[in-house]
Design a binder for this molecule. Structure first.
Ligand SMILES: Cc1cc2nc3c(=O)[nH]c(=O)nc-3n(C[C@H](O)[C@H](O)[C@H](O)COP(=O)(O)OP(=O)(O)OC[C@H]3O[C@@H](n4cnc5c(N)ncnc54)[C@H](O)[C@@H]3O)c2cc1C
Length: 503
């Protein structure tokens, strides 16, 4: 019904609801629409709709990773407890289509740093963080994971069973956004991206229908959700293949700045396919904090073997200033990494991907140094360059597991760069974001000059304005758009859900 409420809704209107609707008519059009929708939703799914000033509303905002997201104030926040609640939200909205000028945001773990990805000013945020259960199939080969879980919730359920799934390397990251954006885990060379281990997605479509997307039903949507983010529906359950995994070796190593050239060389050697050990994982970071530059590496070997030969390129570089390596379980490692990533700061991530090349890495480090010199006086600054290996074996594993939407070339070893900054003062926002954007442009230009560029911009590390979907290439983008037209013919998730990366 286009111009008003459906009969079902008219009959459901109570005097209290009418009062709220009339009160809403004083607001600007988008706010009116949102006020009305919040009220209707409150009547259709009570105890899930929260307004400013209530504890569940304020708690939800306070739990975002970055202050950019936490500062946005939705008209109401919906906190569904199960899939049927999510479906009801969309059925309610679909039944009052004349009011759909109210826009929505979808949030799982709330770890995207930039404003508006998983929250919305004045609109409605669907916060899935209460849907966080993990259960196992009878044979323990499949974990059924709700999207609002933090990865540590999943690991805590699986570790006692001697199992794992390839999830985030930081405890508090959410399942929903991570998995629909790709997902790089400690296990990437063994199992590909996290999305490649997802054998089924349960999805609520824009019309409120609940469907399952897997290899035999809605296979096009299954493929699209492996990287296509929030463009098709709300994912309400993720079914991931488990594997046997006990404790393993790993931890943090820190060196002084002078060791960076040696570390880059070790990084390059380890990320080159002939030397690749699929059990070895490493993330090299060069960072400024508290007045100085240092280098660190989160190294892990996913077997219970201390200091394996394949990681000695790093461990032989001495002296090591901090060394937390040990044999432990995945909950312990990811909790340790979480402790280095405090919430509530002004944060950004920017990304670029380059083809593995040692000379290019040296140049990138110089560019980063020059950029740091321009921002070093920002209050509470943390300024980090991370290099994350994406050897071709990861893409080969993706293909073996049904493929994904990321459009990556399996013939080259790649490095994903993630520029991370955090700071305290809002007055520094423009300056710092500008410096990061400039640095990315310079890195991309350097890679191009050396014929080492890649179009890929990893969606989970991209900042607003970096067109992550275009980075999948024209073929993948075209296919994603076709899937969107089929499952979301009104384009609700393109216009009605503006956050994140659109097709
Ligand atoms: C400290 C930290 C550590 C990180 N570590 C890693 C890492 O080890 N490996 C890695 O690959 N990435 C990592 N990331 C990046 C991370 O993968 C992304 O930030 C990811 O989006 C987080 O997922 P989330 O559910 O917390 O995000 P949210 O911010 O809640 O959502 C992100 C996007 O996904 C959409 N979305 C969320 N849930 C759903 C859903 N259920 N259905 C449809 N769309 C949905 C949202 O609308 C939003 O646009 C890290 C980020 C941080 C801040």
């Amino acid at each position: 019904m286009k111009n008003g409420f459906s009969l079902g809704w008219a009959l459901a209107i109570t005097p209290g609801l009418l009062l709220s609707l009339y009160a809403a008519s004083d607001l600007p059009i988008n706010s009116q629409a949102c006020a009305v929708q919040c009220t209707l939703l409150q009547y259709s799914i009570s105890d899930t709709v929260w307004y400013t000033g209530t504890a569940p509303y304020e708690e939800s905002l306070a739990s975002y990773f970055s202050s950019f997201e936490a500062e946005l104030r939705p008209r109401c926040i919906i906190r569904p407890k199960h899939t049927e609640h999510v479906a009801k939200v969309f059925r309610t909205i679909a039944s009052i289509s004349s009011w759909t000028s109210c826009q929505l945001a979808i949030r799982s773990g709330g770890h995207t740093p930039f404003a508006g990805s998983a929250n919305i000013n004045g609109g409605i945020t669907i916060d899935l963080s209460l849907m966080k259960e993990t259960t196992l199939s009878e044979d323990h080969r499949i974990a059924y994971i709700q999207p609002g879980a933090e990865w540590v919730d999943v690991y805590n359920r699986l570790v006692p069973e001697g199992l794992a799934v390839p999830g985030a390397r930081v405890a508090g990251v959410g399942v929903g956004g991570f998995t629909t954006g790709g997902g790089i885990s400690y296990f990437a060379p063994r199992f590909g991206f996290t999305c490649d281990s997802i054998i089924n997605y349960q999805v609520v479509l824009a019309n409120g229908t609940i469907i399952h997307a897997n290899a035999s039903a809605h296979a096009d949507l299954w493929w699209a959700l492996r990287g296509g983010s929030n463009n098709f529906g709300v994912v309400t359950r993720i079914d991931a293949q488990t594997f046997d995994q006990g404790e393993f070796w790993g931890g943090l190593l820190v060196w002084e700045e002078s060791k960076i050239p040696q570390l880059l060389e070790a990084y390059y050697d380890l990320n080159s396919s002939p030397n690749l050990d699929p059990y070895a994982q490493h993330v090299l970071s060069i960072g400024f904090q508290g007045g100085g530059v240092a280098a660190s590496n989160n190294i892990h070997y996913t077997k219970p073997q201390r200091n394996p030969p394949s990681l000695r390129g790093y461990t032989d570089i001495q002296p090591v200033l901090v060394n937390t390596t040990r044999i432990a379980n995945i909950s312990s490692f990811t909790t340790e990494q979480d402790s280095f990533s405090p919430k509530g700061l002004r944060q950004d991530f920017f990304t670029a991907t380059v083809v593995a090349d040692l000379k290019l890495y040296y140049e990138i480090q110089e560019l980063w140094n020059a950029s740091l010199a321009t921002v070093v006086n920002a209050t509470g600054l943390q300024y980090i360059l991370t290099l994350q290996p994406l050897p071709r074996v990861v893409m080969q594993e993706s293909a073996r597991r049904g493929g994904n939407a990321l459009g990556l070339d399996a013939s080259k070893d790649l490095t994903i760069l993630c520029l991370i900054a955090s700071w305290r003062n809002a007055n520094d926002d423009k300056w710092l974001l500008g410096a990061q954007r400039q640095l990315i442009d310079k890195i991309l230009a350097a890679a191009k000059r050396r014929d080492r560029s890649s179009r890929f911009k990893y969606l989970n590390y991209a900042f607003a304005g970096q067109d992550a979907i275009a980075g999948y290439g024209p073929q993948s983008q075209k296919r994603l758009r076709a899937v969107s037209s089929k499952y979301d013919p009104s384009g609700f998730f393109q216009k009605g859900v503006p956050g994140g990366f659109k097709l």
